[in-house]
Design a protein around this ligand. Structure first.
Ligand code: C2E
Ligand code: MG
Ligand code: MG
Ligand code: MG
Length: 279
């Protein structure tokens, strides 16, 4: 490389870096503003999780959306990290949980008993009184059995004893724990024995090249087999084609989620596919 090239790539790098920092600062500033005065900019969408044996919806995953009046639609990948770093995630999570609880109650009034799974950031889960705060939200409306939470494996491995206590306490109250993005991190299946996990969500990374990638086929088979031994259910994330769905059914993966089965939907759209589809 010539010196000139090096120089320009350095300039490019620093400009890119500066742009990213600026964007981060702007998003953080706007997040604070929204959390103070414009909470309605957040909405929650619901993506169905199907039982692949019956092809009926088993539960829904709640996914937050931010329609910013300033920046337009901002995907979670661009604001969840920032909100974790700044501690704002707690407030966002409160909004999501409130919305979900209200929605479940509305659905109950319409005769639909729907289970919803909520994503919990590691930061939140590690919070000393996370379990108590969650329970005190759910208890007044008896929503414990309607809610499950999704956490990632790294949070468990970094805080084994504490996490086990928390998960036990949640389970005792009827709240299931799903392990999200399984396979992305350390993914020690033997570790799972230590925790009363209900479901393991196999990361999209292992699903996206099925059925072509034979290595991935074997990995998914192994995860499903070991989960059976540990009596943990498996959910395949990110199913985008019929071929993927078919091979996952053949492998024996019990649950599945993905654009091929259903995109994240508004509550009214969910109602349209229920109750013919329930359980
Ligand atoms: P996740 O929990 O692993 O959620 C699955 C993500 O994959 C969602 O992206 C979903 O829209 C997307 N997805 C579902 N099916 C398919 C598919 O077939 N193909 C592809 N390419 N993608 C699919 P989304 O909604 O953008 O969320 C991204 C991540 O942001 C989530 O990953 C989760 O970690 C986080 N997140 C979303 N909502 C919340 C929330 O309310 N609280 C917290 N703490 N995190 C959230
Ligand atoms: Mg999730
Ligand atoms: Mg996931
Ligand atoms: Mg995730």
């Amino acid at each position: 490389k010539s010196r000139k090239e090096n120089k320009s790539s350095f300039i490019f790098f620093s400009e890119e870096f500066e742009r990213k920092i600026k964007e981060k600062i702007e998003i953080e500033r706007e997040l604070r503003e929204v959390l103070k005065n414009k909470k309605e900019e957040f909405t929650v969408l619901y993506q169905p999780i199907y039982n692949l044996k019956t092809m009926k919806i088993s539960k829904l995953e709640a996914l937050v959306r931010w329609s910013s009046s300033k920046f337009g639609e901002i995907p979670p990948s661009r604001f969840i990290n920032i909100s974790e770093e700044t501690g704002l995630i707690k407030e966002i999570s409160n909004i999501v949980l409130d919305r979900v609880c209200n929605q479940i109650l509305l659905w109950k009034r319409k005769g639909l008993d729907i289970k919803v799974s909520i994503n919990i950031s590691p930061i939140e889960f590690m919070d000393r009184d996370f379990v108590d705060r969650l329970l005190s939200k759910l208890r007044p409306s008896c929503l414990e059995k309607n809610i499950s939470i999704e956490i990632t494996e790294n949070v468990l491995i970094e805080n084994v004893l504490e996490s086990r206590e928390k998960i036990k306490k949640l389970k005792e109250q009827g709240i299931d724990i799903l392990l999200d993005d399984f396979g992305k991190g350390y993914s020690s299946l033997t570790y799972l024995k230590k925790f009363p996990i209900s479901m393991l969500k196999i990361d999209r990374e292992f699903i996206k090249d099925l059925p072509k990638d034979k290595e991935d086929v074997e990995i998914v088979k192994t995860i499903v087999k070991l989960s059976e031994i540990l009596q943990i259910e498996t959910v395949a994330e990110g199913i985008e084609s019929r071929e993927q769905l078919e091979i996952l059914k053949n492998i024996g993966c019990t649950y599945g989620q993905g654009f091929f089965l259903g995109k994240p939907l508004y509550p009214s759209e969910i109602e349209r596919i229920f109750p013919s589809n329930i359980h």
